[in-house]
Design a protein around this ligand. Structure first.
Ligand SMILES: [Zn+2]
Length: 342
């Protein structure tokens, strides 16, 4: 696993300039942003009177019709300016009681890296459709309220290791182009990765998911690992696609779990996993070899109409309640062999 260096760049808030109206734009409560009086005077002094063309962004244009936050392909000086300004938004808004949500929707974070390691977000965070052009480092950070990365793109790796999501975390339609780690992360209030795409390795080892969790139609284009992860709420991987080797070894599923019509293209292991509530692999396709060795099924386990293209092992698996293997296709070897006849 690659390790990323350093914490967030430091920012001297006392030196923050007042010409940019970024803080106004993120306020959702309290003073109105373009009221009479002072703001009008500031407006008259603006060097760039044109407004950013990003929807609902009223910041001043920096270049090519974009403000500094939404400007794509930033040059070095622009990247520095962005860094300073975005830190000002985050740190300033984080402590401002009038700010309910920090709105960074569509912000384009230039490479080579952006780090908020250990940063504690106290507000609702909207990073929908944000683009992280370099690596994004949120290791050991904390999101105390709801956070949305819906539609965001991580171009060079996303590191959420040991991060705590206290509110709901949403990564719907998010694209993870580089390696991604949620190792030992905690989702305290549910999460959604519906329609997200993981283009490279993804790790969720020893992550804890409290509340309902959904990976509906999520695409794992490379190896994925959920080893020793804890799924405490209802969990859905319905119609998810796992194109690489996949591990749920020693994972714990406490509530109903659904892998209906999911597809595992390569080797898959649930060895040592525990399902304490009903589990459904209905119509799930296992195209590589698969292992449920030493897996514990405490409640109903359904593999109805599932298909196993290569060898599958249920050796030393424990079924404590009804198991359904109706219309299952075993195209490879089955261990123990008697299972295929049931
Ligand atoms: Zn803008």
């Amino acid at each position: 696993m690659r390790e990323l260096a350093a914490g967030p760049p430091r920012l001297d808030l006392s030196a923050a300039r007042s010409e940019e109206n970024s803080t106004e734009n993120v306020k959702r409560h309290g003073a109105s942003s373009h009221a009479e009086g002072g703001p009008a005077e500031i407006h008259a002094e603006r060097r760039y009177p044109l407004k950013c063309k990003y929807p609902d962004c009223s910041r001043n244009e920096r270049r090519d019709g974009w403000c500094i936050f939404h400007l794509p392909r930033k040059g070095p000086l622009e990247a520095n300016e962005f860094s300073e300004q975005v830190m000002r938004v985050m740190f300033g808004s984080n402590e401002d009681p009038d700010v309910g949500e920090i709105n960074m929707r569509g912000f384009i974070f230039p490479g080579p890296s952006f780090s908020l390691q250990g940063f504690q977000f106290k507000k609702t965070i909207n990073l929908g459709y944000a683009v992280f052009e370099g690596t994004a480092n949120f290791i050991r950070a904390g999101f105390l309220r709801h956070v949305s990365f819906d539609g965001a793109t991580f171009c060079e790796g996303a590191w959420f290791r040991r991060l705590v999501f206290s509110g709901h975390a949403s990564f719907e339609d998010t694209t993870f182009s580089g390696g991604t780690s949620f190792d030992v992360a905690t989702f305290s209030n549910g999460g959604s990765f519906d329609r997200a795409t993981f283009c490279d390795l993804s790790w969720f080892d020893r992550a804890t998911f409290m509340g309902n969790l959904s990976f509906y139609t999520t695409m794992f284009a490379f190896d994925a690992s959920f080893s020793r992860a804890t799924f405490a709420g209802v969990t859905s991987f319905r119609q998810a696609t796992f194109s690489g080797d996949t591990s749920f070894e020693n994972a714990t599923f406490s509530r109903g779990t659904y892998f209906n019509r999911a597809r595992f293209a390569r080797n898959t292991s649930f060895r040592g996993a525990t399902f304490s509530d009903p589990i459904s692999f209905c119509e799930t396709r296992f195209s590589g070899s698969s292992s449920f060795r030493e897996t514990t099924f405490s409640k109903m386990a359904s593999f109805s109409r599932a298909s196993f293209s290569l060898a599958v092992s249920f050796e030393e698996a424990t079924f404590s309640a009804r198991r359904w293997f109706n219309d299952v296709k075993f195209l490879g070897s089955v261990y123990p062999s008697g299972l295929a006849l049931e």
